[in-house]
Design a protein around this ligand. Structure first.
Ligand SMILES: *[C@@H]1O[C@H](CO)[C@@H](O)[C@H](O)[C@H]1NC(C)=O
Ligand SMILES: *[C@@H]1O[C@H](CO)[C@@H](O)[C@H](O)[C@H]1NC(C)=O
Ligand SMILES: *[C@@H]1O[C@H](CO)[C@@H](O)[C@H](O)[C@H]1NC(C)=O
Ligand SMILES: *[C@@H]1O[C@H](CO)[C@@H](O)[C@H](O)[C@H]1NC(C)=O
Ligand SMILES: *[C@@H]1O[C@H](CO)[C@@H](O)[C@H](O)[C@H]1NC(C)=O
Ligand SMILES: *[C@@H]1O[C@H](CO)[C@@H](O)[C@H](O)[C@H]1NC(C)=O
Ligand SMILES: [Cu+2]
Length: 364
């Protein structure tokens, strides 16, 4: 199967949802172009990357002051706000029935790139199933200083910092790598690996990423949103875990040194691959919705792994009227308002305290 080129994805689904869910039919007026990263021209890739750097150059007022109104020493940018907001919301957006509806977060980001930084190109995604045989050589790991997203980090001596690509130190201007503010200033980190290396029977992270697996999941989850979403969560986690570093929420070494503790964080959007990975999950969700009419009407709502069952925010009975929060990025939205049923991302329990694991990693 070839990747779709210039596929049109409705931002708002135009189908009327079942009346039992009380979802109003929304007319589809706006479309966004999506394109697989490797099929974008070098100029388009550079444009997208430059727009992200543009968001990094805008100070974000709300995050730039402490509680007493004093200015923090590190600049906090609009891009930081996306990572910060994701971290704040981590427990509410993963491993529950609303995971896929968090497509709205992706849309808010895409809109920000366009409205604030003038981005006009396609919305990129990474179809990792094309690279499943050898994820390490995937074209998203490109060292080019202006249109590449960088390769693996140096985990032996540099805390997994990425040393090339547009988010590494500049070989031309000798400028240092862009700095991310949370949870402590650091630059992009990756630790590509197929295994946690903890259990003898561990499956490699690419086992769930083949087109055969996706097709199987799609066939076996007809009309069963819960089942589909559960599989998508596993697939989602495998990519986060394969890339490691920031995308897996592993804490920078510096944090441990300065704060004296390890940290569990949800700053995963710092790796720009976050947007490409979630763009692909969104595409797969859309494919699933279109694979069978039963899928469009399916929205089963129990939480996958409620962390605290008595916390009313972790309701077991998901409804399309559920309210999604976006920290300071947007006013809250109802699930049915962001297009129903929709996609987005799931995951992650962080482990880093004790045990053999060095740092937090995304796990199911
Ligand atoms: C996973 O990656 C390994 C090593 O690159 C490869 O041998 C294996 O075939 C891949 N698995 C799948 C399902 O493609
Ligand atoms: C990189 O990942 C491997 C495999 O999970 C892990 O053993 C190692 O500790 C990680 N390295 C760093 C520096 O986090
Ligand atoms: C499809 O999924 C089922 C259940 O997860 C599994 O038992 C079966 O082996 C899978 N088939 C293929 C072809 O991967
Ligand atoms: C679970 O949530 C409830 C309601 O918010 C709270 O009162 C309780 O302390 C929480 N329990 C734990 C173990 O966090
Ligand atoms: C979920 O729905 C069932 C029956 O529809 C009800 O008995 C139960 O109390 C509900 N649970 C919550 C947490 O709302
Ligand atoms: C974001 O924060 C600013 C400053 O606190 C506030 O004025 C604004 O209303 C907030 N926006 C949203 C969408 O929450
Ligand atoms: Cu994710």
């Amino acid at each position: 199967m070839r990747p779709s080129v210039w596929t049109l994805f409705p931002l708002i689904f135009s189908l009327a949802a079942p009346p039992s869910l009380g979802v109003a039919a929304t007319e589809c007026k706006t479309y966004t172009h999506r394109r697989e990263w490797r099929l974008m021209s070098e100029a388009q890739r550079e444009d997208w990357i430059s727009s992200i750097k543009c968001l990094m150059s805008f100070e974000y007022e709300r995050l730039s002051f402490d509680n007493t109104g004093g200015r923090l020493s590190t600049m906090q940018s609009i891009y930081d706000e996306f990572a910060f907001a994701h971290d704040q919301l981590n427990d509410f957006v993963h491993m529950n029935a609303y995971f896929l509806s968090w497509r709205a977060f992706l849309h808010i980001f895409d809109t920000k790139l366009r409205d604030t930084c003038g981005y006009k190109g396609p919305t990129p995604y990474w179809d990792w199933s094309l690279d499943v045989q050898d994820l390490f050589s995937a074209p998203v790991f490109d060292p080019h200083p202006t249109h590449g997203l960088g390769t693996n980090g140096n985990c032996l001596t540099a805390d997994c910092r990425v040393h090339d690509g547009a988010f590494g130190p500049s070989p031309l201007s000798e400028a240092p790598a862009p700095i991310f503010a949370h949870p402590i200033p650091h630059s992009l980190r990756r630790n590509l690996t197929l295994y946690f290396g903890e259990k003898p029977d561990e499956k490699p992270f690419n086992h769930s990423l083949s087109q055969t697996h996706i097709a199987n999941v799609t066939q076996r989850s007809t009309g069963d949103f819960f089942k589909f979403q559960y599989s998508m969560t596993q697939i989602h986690n495998d990519v986060h875990n394969f890339v490691g570093g920031d995308l897996a929420g592993t804490c920078p070494d510096q944090y441990q040194l300065v704060q004296g503790v390890d940290c569990a964080t949800g700053f995963t959007p710092y790796d720009p691959l976050f947007w490409l990975h979630h763009g692909n999950l969104d595409r797969l969700y859309s494919n699933w919705q279109n694979a069978d009419p039963l899928n469009f009407n399916s929205f089963s709502g129990i939480t996958l792994h409620p962390k605290n069952i008595s916390d009313t925010r972790f309701t077991r009975n998901a409804t399309a009227g559920h309210i999604l929060l976006f920290d300071n990025l947007s006013a809250p939205k109802h699930v049915n308002e962001v297009g129903f049923p929709t996609r987005w991302f799931g995951e992650r329990r962080l482990e880093g305290q004790g045990g053999g694991r060095k740092k937090g990693r995304v796990v199911t």
